[in-house]
Ligand binder design. Structure first.
Ligand SMILES: [Zn+2]
Length: 676
């Protein structure tokens, strides 16, 4: 990629460069978030962003409200201001079956006095409706639908969503005012990820992606919203421009401006085609990576829409067709309290088996104590269960009228179901935990997690095998796996030579798992795959990670104090260190793999660059250092290993001198790059 060389630029060239970078970043945002067709790696993208940030820092007067750097610039808000919608956001009437749809069509037909008309049929995204106001091509504000007339001003939160353009691709900026409407949603995968994290942290999980999206948009801190990876599809315009007279055309127009439009739009003549199209999507809904709860049917022509008009609540030219709810009614027989590797106790409902969207359901999550109390669940209750996304079903509500006499409310146990130690609840979280680290259920959970796919990926070591190995006393932690002997395993019940061999082979193979997987497999709270990779990028071996400390870890871009303190706590625990020792003895990988070719001369170092170099751009320098095991940060601190000083260095040099950080010049840098 071409990047201009770093020099203290004069204002004019800086301005040109800033514009070029913004265009480039916006183009890549669009390729990635709108068209799902990325052209560059994340690292190259970060380099562009880094460069733009730097130039804007040098020239604060050139920062513009639609700069990509402004997506997460907002400070937490005390609350939301109200915004009045220029055109009310009406809600749609709902229909639930074919008959309703045919009746809707008859009303349309009558209202249009026999003119011919066509329908546009769109997916009804299960998200949160928002309004985006663009003036002179720039996003001015964004608001929730609210009551349809007034909504909350959530501009800084919406700006974090990269599918929302901050400025329009209208070329000459001729569009004076445009109010675009869309649906903000959380992709299913992201929903599952968020709930995983919530569960790990012992917080109540979100019931469904829509709630998660709505909850995210109501966060007062835009930085939290930015981590939620929300997305958006647009579906209309408040007041369409004069030259556009059809809905379908509107969607093409929006696409041209850089908006994300759902590709599954159907054009239908006649209500039978509409019904077919709706039925097709009801079958195919699970193939999408977001939730839809129905279809939206609109008369295409604006002239005809105007002719049909609206009631006080909803237009007469459009209607929603809702898919049947994926709910079922059954009876709650009993409750199991299951315990994961983190010690959090989760109530799981055991149900009379019932068919729910294609599969038989007999267990459902009830999340935590607060949910039990809120939903007032009793043993023997008749309950509604629902599937949200692809996760396990959950109980939506109980039907108190059908409650058996003298039924007892479901309560959390006071003692651990596995080890009988008393449970504890931190007042800040909803979860009850067992604090006993040797608790058998937690021990098993940790070993299972260690061996799971994505972590050490040990074939043949699933739930059942872990259960057998722990119950027989052969292993007490995952470190013990590596001293297992074939004869020991074969003595166990139902274990043949073949399965013993397989298991041992799987364990043996896991020793060569990449270092980041080892870090992940340790089971440190808040350290999943992504975080483990970031940690390993910074700390090239276990010893460095162990000694890093909360403060240093918190400063890694993308991590925070939560990760920092859980890593620190993990290594502060003597029992964990003893287990780690067993892994070391077994020669499980304890350091990052070397990149073939490049000598790791910057391994574990944190380097800061100040000024400009003769032969390299800032991005090239970063690449050279990172590929040799080092890390580049933007500010000098006590933890900085080296400061690379170019010509016209800035204040970073003074800071480095005052802290006594080692300084190197370009020649010395070159020498290190070559591994001399
Ligand atoms: Zn326990």
């Amino acid at each position: 990629m071409y990047l201009t060389k770093v020099n203290k630029m004069d204002r004019n060239s800086a301005q040109k460069e800033i514009h070029r970078l913004r265009r480039e970043i916006n183009r890549h945002d669009r390729l990635y978030y709108v068209l799902a067709r990325p052209e560059i790696s994340d690292r190259d993208y970060d380099a562009l962003m880094h460069r733009l940030l730097e130039l804007e820092e040098q020239h604060p007067g050139l920062v513009a409200p639609d700069s990509p750097t402004q997506r997460v610039a907002g400070e937490p808000l005390p609350g939301f201001a109200q915004i009045r919608h220029p055109v009310p956001m009406l809600s749609l009437d709902n229909t639930y079956n074919e008959k309703d749809l045919r009746e809707f069509d008859q009303r349309v037909c009558k209202g249009l006095d026999g003119q011919s008309y066509r329908y546009v049929v769109e997916l009804k995204i299960d998200g949160v409706a928002v309004s985006l106001m663009y003036r002179r091509g720039l996003l001015e504000y964004g608001a929730t639908r609210g009551d349809g007339t007034k909504g909350d001003d959530i501009t800084s939160n919406l700006k974090t969503i990269k599918a929302i353009p901050l400025s329009l691709d209208s070329g000459d900026g001729a569009i004076q005012e445009l109010e675009v409407r869309g649906e903000v949603y959380l992709p299913k995968k992201e929903f599952a990820r968020l709930n995983d994290i919530k569960q790990q942290e012992g917080q109540a999980s979100f019931a469904n992606p829509r709630n998660a999206a709505a909850g995210s948009l109501k966060q007062l801190d835009p930085r939290t919203v930015a981590q939620r990876k929300l997305s958006l599809f647009v579906y209309g315009i408040g007041r369409p421009p004069q030259n556009i007279d059809q809905h379908y055309q509107t969607m093409e127009f929006l696409k041209g401006l850089g908006f994300r439009v759902n590709p599954n739009i159907g054009l239908c003549r006649g209500i039978s085609q509409v019904i077919d199209y709706c039925n097709q999507w009801e079958q195919k809904r699970d193939t999408l990576d977001y939730e839809i709860d129905g279809m939206v049917i609109k008369v295409d022509s604006f002239a005809q829409q105007r002719q049909l008009g609206a009631t006080t609540h909803s237009p007469r030219w459009a209607i929603a067709y809702k898919f049947p709810a994926r709910q079922a009614v059954t009876v709650l027989r009993t409750v199991e309290f299951s315990l994961g590797r983190t010690g959090v106790v989760t109530p799981v409902a055991i149900l009379d088996p019932v068919l729910l969207s294609g599969s038989t359901v007999s267990r459902a999550s009830m999340h935590n104590e607060d949910e039990l109390v809120k939903k007032d669940i009793h043993y023997g209750d008749t309950v509604f269960v629902e599937k949200a996304g692809e996760i396990i079903p959950q109980i939506i509500k109980a039907v108190p009228e059908k409650r058996p006499p003298r039924a007892k409310p479901v309560k959390m146990p006071k003692e651990c179901p596995s080890c009988s130690e008393p449970l504890a609840r931190n007042p800040e979280e909803a979860a009850w935990r067992c604090l006993n680290v040797s608790c058998p259920a937690q021990v098993k959970g940790r070993i299972e997690y260690f061996a799971s796919r994505g972590a050490m990926d040990i074939d043949g070591l699933g739930t059942a095998m872990v259960e057998i190995l722990v119950n027989s006393g052969l292993i007490k932690d995952y470190g013990d796996l590596y001293s297992l002997q074939g004869e020991q395993i074969m003595k166990l019940e139902r274990m043949g030579m073949k399965s013993a061999e397989n298991l041992l082979e799987g364990i043996q193979k896991s020793k060569s798992s990449p270092f980041w997987k080892v870090v992940m497999a340790l089971g440190i709270a808040n350290v999943g795959a992504q975080v483990a990779r970031l940690l390993v990028q910074r700390y090239c071996n276990m010893e460095k990670l162990q000694n890093a400390g909360c403060e240093d870890i918190s400063q890694i871009y993308g991590l925070g104090p939560a990760v920092g303190s859980s890593v620190e706590n993990f290594f502060a625990n003597k029992k964990n260190l003893a287990v780690l020792e067993k892994l070391k003895k077994a020669k499980v990988r304890m350091e990052a793999e070397e990149t073939p070719g490049a000598p790791q001369t910057f391994a574990g170092m944190t380097v800061v660059l100040t000024g400009s170099l003769q032969n390299y751009t800032r991005e090239q320098v970063t690449e050279l250092i990172v590929s040799r095991g080092g890390q580049v940060t933007s500010s000098v601190s006590k933890k900085t290993s080296l400061v690379l000083v170019g010509s016209e260095p800035g204040s970073k040099l003074d800071k480095a001198k005052s802290l006594g950080v080692k300084l190197i010049d370009e020649r010395e840098f070159l020498r290190m790059v070559k591994g001399l």
